[in-house]
Design a binder for this molecule. Structure first.
Ligand code: FES
Length: 307
């Protein structure tokens, strides 16, 4: 659907708050806490499709997102920072939600780093309205605390940490009662460390929820051979495998574009995948028999996919 950029506000040199309004309709579809939308971002000769969490709760008159300019941006976040202006029309998807609040939880432990705070901004009004037991720990650089602090309610159960090292993960995770659910969102390294720590002390998978915000950052180019389609494609340095498939006119499965939902998984027949997703288990990664095309690349010059 079409959305018009209504307002752009700089929160820092690298973080912008963007408000979108419906173009033709009166309202957008409602998005529950944790939902994201896809923005189609125009670039020279191509269109980027980036996922952003809705930070505006269940409001339907407008969608609000927060966009960090990614240092090694392939183009999407850079365009939103450098070229987006109020009044412009963008194509967006309706909200999807891979990171909802778990209804069965007796307590919610929210851990985020950097721009990973964004899904929790839609959680907070809901948890507070429900009078739910929760703790939020957000890790960010000292100079970004002033960006994030005004976005968060002042409450004893909401803590900003100046770095990831100042959050004592093991103590925090070990102190939680049974039936606490853990939610993790942030850069790949933060998520890997946090989830590994939780699993090491016995948190069951069913009580760990994650949302990845690393997205795809590009990498070395490689060739992908499609066994069923009898095609051979070049995946450029600034292109994802999923984008290469789409640009070739194919319709590969996809949803979140962030390595979280598992929808884009394709079987690997040859070559070694370079996994960047948060969906496959450690055993599945090691086996190398499938790949998440939205974020993962190749360790070998060629990959052969059953597609
Ligand atoms: S589209 Fe969701 S993991 Fe790739």
């Amino acid at each position: 659907m079409k959305a018009r950029i209504q307002n752009i506000r700089s929160l820092s040199a690298t973080i912008k708050h963007i408000t979108l309004a419906p173009d033709a309709e009166d309202s957008f579809p409602a998005g529950a806490a944790g939902a994201f939308i896809l923005l189609e971002i125009p670039g020279p000769g191509r269109v980027w499709k980036n996922a952003y969490s809705l930070v505006s709760g269940a409001g339907r008159r407008q969608y609000e997102i927060i966009v960090r300019r990614v240092a090694q941006s392939r183009g999407g976040s850079a365009w939103l920072h450098d070229h987006a202006e109020p009044g412009q029309l963008l194509e967006i998807s309706g909200p999807a939600n891979l990171f909802p609040i778990a209804r069965a939880a007796q307590k919610h432990l929210l851990l985020s780093a950097g721009i990973g705070i964004t899904p929790f901004l839609s959680y907070l009004p809901v948890l507070q309205r429900q009078n739910a037991a929760f703790e939020l720990h957000h890790c960010c650089k000292l100079d970004e605390q002033e960006v994030f602090r005004p976005l968060l309610p002042k409450a004893p159960n909401i803590t900003l940490h100046g770095s990831r090292n100042s959050l004592d993960l093991m103590t925090l995770l070990s102190a939680q009662k049974l039936n606490t659910h853990l939610y993790v969102c942030g850069p790949e390294a933060f998520m890997d460390v946090t989830i590994a720590a939780a699993k090491r002390i016995g948190w069951p998978d069913a009580k760990i929820h994650e949302e990845s915000f690393g997205g795809a950052t590009g990498g070395a180019s490689f060739i992908v051979k499609l066994a069923r389609s009898a095609m051979e494609l070049h995946v450029a340095e600034d292109q994802t495998l999923l984008e290469a498939l789409e640009d070739a006119g194919l319709a590969p499965p996809r949803m979140c574009r962030g390595g979280a939902c598992g929808v884009c998984e394709l079987p690997v027949l040859g070559g070694l995948p370079d996994h960047h997703d948060h969906y496959l288990s450690a055993a599945a990664r090691a086996a190398g028999k499938s790949i998440m095309t939205c974020v993962s690349r190749a360790k070998t010059p060629e990959l052969v996919l059953d597609f």
